[in-house]
Design a binder for this molecule. Structure first.
Ligand code: PBG
Length: 329
């Protein structure tokens, strides 16, 4: 008898013997309904434009976006989160394309709603950074600082035009204080109690946004450290969570996902509203780049990264692999 065998202890390996056994005892399962696909649509292009730092992801034309939305429905994905990339010449200090009913994001929201109806949740990024010539998520004061309350006025207008254009869910992502309350009020004022708000609750000032900034042709000089959170802070996210819930958030989100699983776990344990996590562009790019070099098994790395995010407590995951992962399940 082996030494271990002389003890009547449990043998966890018994539960790992066969694929069926492992499947039965799996504590976490991914399903297509978990996923939300973030998608970019660029004004003035007739063909999709590849994004160099995100192999496999494109800036869509209006047409290719409609097709991508249909594919998402067919794959069983729950939602699509749209980001608009306006023509460079239309960007200005206050981000006019963000409130123009004919701005690219609003046009795309109408296109996608016309295509998918209620078969897919149509979500819109509510932020000014894609629309401003300085690239910040808000408007600036005389000293060049991001002006919180002046930005809130712009967000209120954006909320109304995005709802008019057909968004089911708005995703305020600029990290201004009070943004959830202002967006909620703006929607209620025009009788759109039906439009939900997915709050970017804990959004960190991250190096991993790099590829996204290329994706939206960002004009940003400098950084977003005066409004996005410091990566060092965990407890601060509890404060952001309390405020967002008080202001009327229907769902909350943690972003990025992978480097912030502790934050995600804590948020998920602290609230009873649905919790989402955004696996961002840099998380995507890292796996794609390592896989291209043959350093990791691409498909396994993708699924493991998503499983980890779900295990940490996310009910929904925004991921650029949404359709691919959903098809594989
Ligand atoms: C800001 C915004 C960012 C992302 C989505 N909306 C971050 C930023 O530029 O600071 C990042 C998404 C990603 O990296 O995949 N409105």
């Amino acid at each position: 008898m082996t030494k271990y065998g002389s003890f009547p202890g449990a043998r966890p390996r018994r539960l790992r013997t066969t694929p069926v056994m492992r499947r039965m005892v799996a504590e976490t399962r991914l399903s297509p309904a978990d996923f939300i696909l973030p998608a970019f649509v660029r004004e003035g292009v007739s063909e999709p434009v590849p994004i160099g730092s995100m192999p496999g992801v494109v800036q869509h034309s209006r047409d290719s976006l409609r097709k991508a939305a249909v594919e998402a429905v067919e794959a069983g994905v729950s939602g699509i989160m749209l980001f608009g990339v306006p023509e460079e010449s239309k960007k200005d200090a206050v981000g006019t394309p963000g409130t123009d009913p004919d701005g690219i994001l609003q046009v795309a929201l109408r296109d996608v709603r016309a295509e998918v109806g209620d078969d897919l949740l149509v979500m819109s990024d509510l932020c000014l950074d894609e629309c401003t010539d300085h690239g910040h998520c808000g408007v600036l004061d005389a000293e060049g600082r991001v002006d919180n309350d002046a930005t809130l006025e712009r967000y209120a207008e954006m909320a109304q035009v995005q709802a008019d254009a057909g968004a089911h869910v708005l995703g305020p992502s600029g990290m201004m204080d009070g943004q959830i309350g202002v967006v909620r009020d703006a929607l209620d004022q025009i009788g759109r109690e039906d439009v939900a708000v997915l709050a970017y609750t804990a959004k960190y000032s991250s190096a991993f946004y790099g590829p996204f900034r290329e994706a939206v042709a960002s004009s940003l000089q400098g950084d977003r450290r005066t409004y996005q959170q410091d990566p060092a802070n965990l407890r601060e996210s509890m404060r952001e969570l309390a405020l967002d819930l008080e202001e009327g958030a229907d769902m909350v989100m943690v972003k990025p996902a992978g480097p912030y699983l502790d934050v995600l776990a804590k948020v998920a344990q602290s609230t009873d509203v649905p919790v989402a996590a955004y696996q961002i562009s840099g998380e995507y790019a890292m796996i794609e780049a390592a896989a291209e070099k043959g350093w990791v098994d691409r498909d396994r790395a993708i699924m493991e990264s998503l499983l980890g995010i779900k295990r940490a407590g996310a009910q929904n995951i925004l991921t650029y692999w949404a359709v691919e992962a959903a098809r594989r399940l």
